[in-house]
Design a protein around this ligand. Structure first.
Ligand SMILES: [Zn+2]
Length: 364
């Protein structure tokens, strides 16, 4: 018997047996219409919640019936033209539906207790949090999040592309029956995509890619290089905690040269900014010009990005300002791009053309 809560299927380890895929639609402010809220605190007001439930059991992966609710906005009650173009709604459509809190409570009840929250990209999360705050609710979601868009690109394509739902549906040959861009339909398609990915991993029909180097001594084995097929895809490695936004900053000691500063700092142990435990290096420190970058993993909090900015004090001594930050799996892309630059050009980085009239100041 497998543990019902943490089923291991052929080639895949699930951190929970339930995945809830959400898709929200929201209206945006119209710049010349004065609203009662600062658009910075409420960049979008949710007008529709769509979700589906994916359950993993011994008999396979099952997609349940959808959750769908229309919400009557209280701030942005006139349809923004750009939003309307995408989701095909009119201002008159915004006059029906439940209040946000009523709809959200129904959604939470429908979700159950133990699940992983999923979505296509992570823009829904910040909108959901801003709507909760606006309605005086706690913005703590309390469940790990899986970005299916990122998971699709890593598993199916081996790199972090930002594909559309429709692209993935075509790629996975999922039959198309309904129009895209209505909350429950997008949620349903995203659910079908996740189900198809699980089934593809299980039936071994696709090249699965391990997005991180297995061996920190060989940092070249990252997402964009040769696909490596791990024995078991551990979903835990693709999750992030939507309630944590943690970073820690510190200064190194003073040194005579940046080389000395780097040599010492690169060899030091690194610690998770959320829980303080020792981090496992994923991509060891590398330096480009006056900055250095790295990727680590915390057993509990997943990915941590390291960055050192090199600075000089008044008496000419140098030091590094070290920042360690929890990141989402999709946020590794710029670091991997910098690593590519480092592999091609070394610490000097990609040559930049110097505009006329400026001179180069040597760094050391
Ligand atoms: Zn941690």
């Amino acid at each position: 018997m497998t543990d019902a809560k943490n089923p291991i299927q052929e080639g895949i380890r699930h951190p929970s047996d339930t995945y809830i895929i959400i898709d929200l639609e929201w209206n945006q402010p119209i710049p010349w219409i004065k609203s009662k809220v600062d658009p910075k605190t409420l960049p979008g007001e949710i007008i529709e919640i769509g979700a589906v439930k994916l359950t993993v059991g011994e008999s396979g992966v099952a997609l349940g019936g959808p959750f769908h609710m229309l919400i009557r906005p209280v701030c942005y009650t006139i349809m923004n033209k750009n939003v309307s173009r995408v989701i095909g709604k009119l201002s008159s459509d915004l006059r029906s539906g439940l209040g946000f809190i009523e709809a959200y409570d129904a959604f939470i009840k429908w979700c159950g207790e133990d699940f992983i929250l999923c979505g296509w990209g992570n823009s829904d999360l910040s909108i959901l949090k801003s709507n909760l705050r606006f309605h005086d609710r706690s913005a703590i979601l309390g469940h790990p999040f899986l970005d299916v868009q990122m998971f699709f690109s890593k598993i199916a394509e081996g790199k972090a592309n930002q594909r559309s739902v429709e692209y993935a549906v075509d790629f996975l040959k999922i039959p198309k029956r309904k129009e895209f861009h209505e909350a429950h339909r997008d949620a349903e398609y995203t659910g079908r995509i996740l189900k198809a990915l699980f089934e593809a991993i299980m039936s071994d029909h696709m090249h699965a890619v391990n997005p991180f180097p297995e061996d920190p001594a060989e940092p070249g084995k990252t997402a964009d290089t040769e696909p490596i097929r791990p024995e078991i895809i551990d979903l835990e490695r693709y999750l992030f905690d939507p309630d944590l936004n943690v970073h820690a900053e510190r200064k190194t000691a003073l040194f005579d040269t940046w080389d000395q500063c780097c040599r010492l700092t690169f060899d030091e142990d690194a610690y998770c900014p959320a829980c303080g435990s020792k981090l496992i290096p994923e991509l060891p420190w590398f330096r480009i010009r006056k900055a250095a970058f790295s990727l680590f993993r915390c057993e509990r909090h997943n990915l941590v990005a390291g960055r050192i900015r090199m600075k000089k004090n008044a008496s000419g001594k140098v030091y590094g300002s070290v920042n360690m930050k929890l990141i989402q799996p999709g946020e590794t892309v710029p670091i991997l791009e910098r690593f590519e630059e480092y592999k091609n050009f070394g610490p000097a980085g990609k040559p930049v053309s110097i505009p006329k009239g400026e001179t180069i100041h040597p760094e050391n």
